[in-house]
Design a protein around this ligand. Structure first.
Ligand code: GLU
Length: 418
């Protein structure tokens, strides 16, 4: 294994690669490579046994030139300041490539949530929400779920904010449960865009995704939904994995049955219908048509990329491929649909949720899915136009060419204050 890439350095090198092809001055590019501000805070929270425990948490507000900072909050033991900064930058270029009027932000707590009770997690989340309250707001910064957070945590943050501010403002956070002001289609949105983008890529290559074999790394919300939806398009999901390991079946697995098994037992390994159990690296290097990394950053480094056999990769996770691995994959003509487009369904439906919250008027699931479909298809077209016009090395640089230009244009049109 080569040395683990620093995600913030990965982000900056992705921007540098695009900078060569955009009409943006170097001093503005410098701005676009750094967060505007980062909150680092220590939460002191009472545990169920009465003891106190300290947790370090971050919120990075990367760029607000196109609208309120937007992005999730993750709970993970490996959260770092640089990781949160990188993720907030990726959010900035994600909201720009799908052209929704939002900026980029991200938060995280260094914690393994599996080690805490629900009431402890509620107190930890509310303590963080209290710290966030002065800096978030419906027109300021709008958090959302990310790794190991979901509707429950969003509802706690919303309630804490509304209590402290003495208001009702559901649009201060997205990814809420429907009864708390959430949107239809939000839970499935990340996996849905991963599959729509993959379908468009196969189409672009003159192929049909229905004929594809697929491997999915990660069986959390994004991964499992992507497996289910790609299966619905007629593709064959031959392998899936989670943190316990992977499973493979030459004739295909049933995504819904695997999910039911995981719900029952806590992991996918041990699923008796699979032909064999495989490792995470085996899964990533399988000879499949489509690979969907849906776990964490740096899943594919340069060494592993040498062995990747997939034709198309659609990134449901943020940052799963290191810049060095990108170069290896480009040289092998592997088509990579970058995270900032492939998983942008999550933030796009968050945007729909925010719009519905502001209007206090709610859409049907069908409307949400139709609007999402057209945004992802249009964004994929903008990406391939840039790819062809600028004769770029890969789709990732094409996505950054489009999105860096959009953020820079918004900044330059606004001018600088003071
Ligand atoms: N955490 C998701 C992402 O990385 C969603 C962010 C949001 O909905 O604001 O895109």
């Amino acid at each position: 294994m080569s040395e683990e890439a620093n995600p913030f350095e990965s982000l900056q090198s992705q921007i540098d690669a695009a900078a060569e092809h955009v009409d943006v001055d170097e001093d503005v590019i410098e701005r676009l490579k750094h967060p505007e501000r980062v909150l680092e805070t220590n939460l002191t929270v009472e545990m169920d046994d009465g003891s106190l425990e300290r947790f370090t948490a971050f919120r990075s507000q990367f760029n607000g030139d196109r609208g309120p900072y937007k992005g999730g909050i993750r709970y993970h033991p490996n959260v770092t300041r640089d990781e949160v900064k990188a993720l907030s930058g990726w959010m900035t270029y994600k909201t720009a490539i799908v052209d929704i009027p939002l900026g980029g932000g991200k938060g995280g707590i260094i914690i393994d949530p599996a080690e805490y009770s629900e009431s402890e997690l509620e107190r930890i989340t509310r303590a963080f929400a209290k710290e966030l309250t002065p800096m978030i707001g419906v027109d300021r910064d709008v958090p959302a779920p990310d790794v190991n957070t979901g509707q429950r945590e969003m509802n706690w943050i919303k309630d804490t904010y509304e209590t402290l501010e003495n208001t009702t403002e559901p649009g201060v956070i997205t990814g809420k449960a429907i009864d708390s002001g959430g949107s239809e289609g939000r839970v499935e949105a990340t996996g849905r865009s991963t599959v729509i983008a993959a379908r468009e890529a196969f189409d672009y290559l003159g192929e049909d995704i229905a004929d594809a074999t697929v491997a999915v790394q990660g069986y959390g919300n994004a991964g499992w939904i992507a497996a289910k939806l790609v299966e619905d398009l007629g593709a064959t999901v031959v392998a899936v994995s989670d943190s316990s390991g992977g499973i493979y079946s030459e004739d295909g697995l049933d995504a819904r049955e695997v999910k039911a098994f995981k719900n029952e037992t806590g992991s996918i390994t041990g699923y008796s219908e699979a032909d064999e159990e495989i490792s995470n690296d085996d899964l990533l290097t399988l000879d499949v048509d489509l690979l969907i990394p849906a776990a964490l950053e740096n899943a594919i480094d340069a060494d592993l990329a040498e062995d990747v056999q997939a034709d198309v990769i659609s990134e449901a996770a943020n940052g799963p491929i290191t810049p060095a691995a990108d170069e290896v994959l480009a040289a092998k003509d592997v088509v990579v649909i970058p995270d900032i487009l492939a998983n942008a369904g999550g933030v796009t439906v968050s945007y729909f949720e925010w719009v519905q919250n502001r209007q206090r008027f709610y859409w049907s699931e069908q409307r949400v899915n139709e609007e999402l479909e057209s945004i992802i298809v249009d964004s994929f077209d903008a990406l391939t136009d840039a790819y062809e016009e600028c004769d770029l090395e890969n789709f990732r640089t094409a996505a950054y060419v489009v999105s860096v230009q959009r953020v820079a244009d918004a900044f330059e049109q606004a001018g600088t204050f003071p």
